[in-house]
Design a protein around this ligand. Structure first.
Ligand SMILES: [Fe+2]
Length: 306
């Protein structure tokens, strides 16, 4: 085969892959199901909807329709791990899309992208560096206070460097959360200390799953930690998976359920960690490959009796 023909085939294949990633897979939303054995023995299962990384702009009608459809799940609890908006005009559409989910018990934290407008960048830069610390000196320009105010007004618990409790299906759940470590706004010391031993369940919530923060949740006794941020790698290689995580955790934990730490330390403490691959992308990197956008319905079930 002549070199010119081979070049034409390579260019056509590349264009098809980019088109697929930007048009089809980016809008091919999935609902992932995951069971987590974390409740006290004898407790009824609890259905937790975990959403993350919507990066919503007002034109993303398919994404909004998918989020709206999640209301039909009628989860017991909703957890939003941040990066919800990507535009000054997105709060209204986001709140409208969440719709009936806002009538359910819920908690939220911010991601760095809830504070700062997306800016054009080389989408491949994540291959050699993370986004950590990119916004530590700028003034936020997105309406994060309005975003948080709307979710709080609906009754969702603001966990940005805060602790709190919710009663869900008669179960007392103790929460602690931090603002996003990637914008250097996490203040774990404000929530530090043993998680409430009287609660039926203890959950830690943050955006970017940085190991130093995860380990503090684990040491304080949070049995389940929920995070987002990684986008599951966003552009993955079939058969290999994510190339990068854009934070400190390893590629093997870029999305889905794992233990934190993966091996119990001398005190035997571990937590379940669930990292959402998220529902969106930055408007300046509008493609996903081998990594469908997703929300997760976590079914919390009793631990095996010891
Ligand atoms: Fe994100």
């Amino acid at each position: 085969m002549r070199a010119r023909t081979l070049t034409s085939i390579a260019v056509a294949t590349g264009a098809a892959a980019v088109g697929y990633a930007a048009v089809i897979e980016r809008n091919w939303f999935a609902l992932r199901h995951q069971e987590v054995p974390v409740l006290p023995p004898g407790t009824e299962p609890l259905r937790v909807l975990h959403i993350s990384d919507l990066h919503l702009t007002p034109g993303r009608h398919r994404l909004m329709a998918f989020v709206r459809s999640l209301g039909g799940l009628e989860p017991d609890l909703v957890v939003n791990t941040g990066d919800s908006i990507a535009s000054t005009e997105a709060v209204g559409p986001l709140i409208d899309s969440l719709g009936p989910l806002l009538d359910r018990p819920g908690v939220f934290v911010y991601g760095s992208n809830d504070l700062y407008s997306p800016k054009p960048k080389n989408p491949a830069r994540y291959l050699w560096r993370t986004s950590s610390g990119e916004h530590t000196t700028e003034e936020p320009d997105l309406p994060w206070e309005k975003l948080g105010g709307e979710m709080s007004a609906a009754g969702w618990l603001d966990l940005n460097n805060k602790r709190g409790h919710l009663t869900v299906n008669g179960l007392d759940i103790a929460f602690a959360g931090v603002h996003d470590p990637h914008s250097a706004r996490d203040r774990y010391d404000q929530v530090a200390g043993p998680a409430d031993p009287a609660a039926a369940l203890r959950i830690g919530v943050l955006h970017a799953p940085e190991p130093s923060v995860l380990d503090r949740f684990t040491a304080d006794g949070y049995e389940l930690i929920l995070a987002g941020h990684t986008h599951g790698g966003q552009l993955c290689v079939p058969g290999f998976g994510a190339l990068v995580t854009n934070c400190g955790i390893d590629r093997g934990r870029v999305a889905g359920l794992s233990m934190n730490p993966q091996v119990a330390g001398p005190d035997g403490k571990t937590s379940w960690l669930y990292v959402s691959a998220g529902l969106g992308t930055s408007p300046w990197a509008p493609a996903r490959f081998a990594c469908r956008p997703e929300a997760t319905l976590l079914t919390l079930v009793p631990r095996p009796a010891s």
